[in-house]
Design a binder for this molecule. Structure first.
Ligand SMILES: [Zn+2]
Ligand SMILES: [Zn+2]
Length: 375
């Protein structure tokens, strides 16, 4: 069945569609655009909240990410949640007008071998919200595939719904690691949003002791606010990778047995990946969640990981993570809301990216919000 357009539903909404756009030359501006066309197989969502992400900054400042370049002015945004305001006539999913949902921002092809064998996060024909092939969620109205709309539990806010994206990256990383072990150590490199989400999930898993590293004392202090029992280590740039690793290992104990069997790297920076290789326990697992954009890394400690039979795993996006992450939020074992430091209305959305980009403002998660009600 071919989906048909649903123009009569769209014309019943009178509030204009405000959006945040980025041009190829790096202009950042709000605009009023038509409500996007919406088919009988989609739901139409009133976007209530979208988090600003580092990748949005790359799009703004560098005009793209890797090979994906901005050509036509692009509506950005992919960490998002909202309310369903219309359901296409051919939608068979259990979704109705008024439902609150978090959006999994990837639309894989559903046909290739990766999609067919359940690894849809690796689909090479994927469309991704707010990337140069698809307008994103920093607009009032967004049509989306109901398969990738996950209902929010009643005790979960839209902000937490938006944060489920960041936590999904961390969740998938821990799944790739093969899970963490109760009462056994884990080390997390990097205290940006992904690193701190990983820390919160690791803490809720029962892994112990936990240690985090960063180059910023302020970020380490914030990690300690989130998880008071975490041990912190500020990387000393005057020391070698190996010397830093020795100091991190000393946080866990003195014997190889006490070293962390799981190390989760959340920066993608070569020196940090290499440090992690020296930290992980022999026969342990290093999971590289961070992405640097560089094709090669120098100084990789091949013999150490080889002699130790260390498993090294990598992570690309996420799959089947939203329901679990939302359940963790609903259980209140993971408090994601502490991440939100700034809230900016949709009408002044350029401020959100400027706030995130300005190092003197010290933000963690900046949310673009549209608090009106369309229903
Ligand atoms: Zn993101
Ligand atoms: Zn596919």
């Amino acid at each position: 069945m071919t989906p048909t357009a649903q123009p009569s539903i769209v014309s019943s909404f009178t509030k204009e569609n405000v959006c945040l756009k980025i041009s190829k030359s790096g202009e950042l501006y709000t605009a009023i655009v038509p409500i996007p066309s919406f088919t009988s197989k989609q739901v139409l969502i009133h976007i209530k909240c979208t988090g600003v992400c580092g990748s949005d900054i790359h799009l703004w400042k560098e005009g793209g990410i890797g090979d994906m370049r901005i050509e036509d002015d692009l509506i950005i945004g992919h960490e998002t949640a909202g309310q369903i305001i219309a359901v296409g006539a051919d939608v068979t999913h259990d979704l109705k007008v008024g439902d609150r949902v978090a959006i999994e921002p990837q639309l894989p092809c559903g046909q290739c071998f990766l999609c067919m064998n359940g690894n849809y996060n690796l689909c090479q024909e994927v469309d991704f919200l707010g990337m140069p092939n698809m307008n994103g969620s920093m607009q009032r109205y967004l049509p989306f595939d109901p398969k990738f709309c996950h209902k929010l539990p009643d005790n979960i806010s839209y902000e937490e719904g938006a944060l489920a994206e960041v936590f999904s990256v961390a969740y998938h990383g821990i799944e790739r690691a093969g899970g963490l072990e109760l009462g056994k150590g884990a080390m997390i490199a990097g205290c940006g949003p992904i690193g701190l989400a990983t820390l919160l999930l690791a803490n809720s898993s029962g892994a112990y002791p936990l240690a985090v590293t960063d180059i910023s004392q302020e970020r380490l202090d914030f990690a300690k606010v989130l998880v008071p029992s975490v041990k912190t280590y500020k990387l000393d740039m005057k020391l070698s990778v190996r010397e830093n690793a020795e100091k991190i290992r000393a946080l866990f104990g003195t014997t190889e047995y006490e070293m962390p069997p799981n190390v989760l790297e959340c920066t993608g920076v070569a020196s940090s990946i290499n440090t992690c290789c020296y930290v992980v326990r022999r026969k342990g697992t290093l999971t590289v969640i961070g992405v640097s954009g560089k094709n090669e890394i120098d100084g990789f400690p091949f013999m150490t990981v080889s002699f130790g039979e260390v498993d090294i795993k990598f992570v690309n996006r996420y799959k089947d993570s939203w329901p679990a992450v939302l359940n963790l939020f609903a259980s209140r074992k993971v408090d994601a809301l502490k991440f939100v430091t700034h809230r900016i209305p949709l009408e002044t959305a350029p401020e959100a990216l400027k706030t995130f980009y300005n190092p003197s403002i010290r933000s963690m998660k900046v949310m673009v919000k549209d608090d009106i009600n369309l229903l």
